[in-house]
Design a protein. Sequence first.
Length: 261
Amino acid sequence: MKRKILAAVLAGVMCLSLAGCGGESASGDMAKIKEKGKFVVGITDFEPMDFKDENGEWAGFDADMAKAFAEKLGVAVEFTEIDWDNKALELDSGNIDCVWNGMTLTDEVKSAMDCSNAYCNNAQIVVLPADKADQYPDVESLKGLKFAVEAGSAGEKEAKANNLEYTPIQSQANALMEVASGTSDAAIIDSLMAAAMVGEGTSYDNLVYTIKLNDEEYGVGFRKGSDLRDELNRFFKDSYADGLMQATAEKYKVQAALIEQ
């Protein structure tokens, strides 16, 4: 009987020990970041959320908010360009601490990461050469066109859902280049990016955005069980209350898409 009691006690101790270890590894991201003194953010070149300014520094709505969050944590911020199709792998491997780059909160993303509250509305839209846009008034008319879409993106998901022919490209910025050069007939990109980069007064004044394919929301992704998710949600709430989030959104002209926190 004593042996059975001792075995039960030891088993209980082991379970508590394992639970404690699991909790520490799952929820210790903030402590690890403070220990190493930097917050590593996974991004792509995606104006107006993350892009290089004239000084070669990362800027944009997401970049500026990430800088402010890192400052609140008392650490430096480091931006790392990632292959968007491998964002979950980059996160789980520890190469980055979060994915903060106008990331659409799809079911796939939410199953792979712990995601923040949504902070911006968005949509996937079609981009076409301005002189051909009138020929394609609806989704059905797009069949037969060759699309460029960012690999692993919400744009690729919409291309599949609508049975459109497409080629996966490294980034949305490259997808626009494909259309501008005539290598692809059209692209599917985020509406916030299209508003900043397509049309009169932009680098792609020969392109226009037309058909809206869906509605979606942006969030920030962390490793499963990370304590950084709740910390960021508190930061979002505080920065909305004190006006920082609105001022940053106005700076990059995305204020209309901002979601109240």
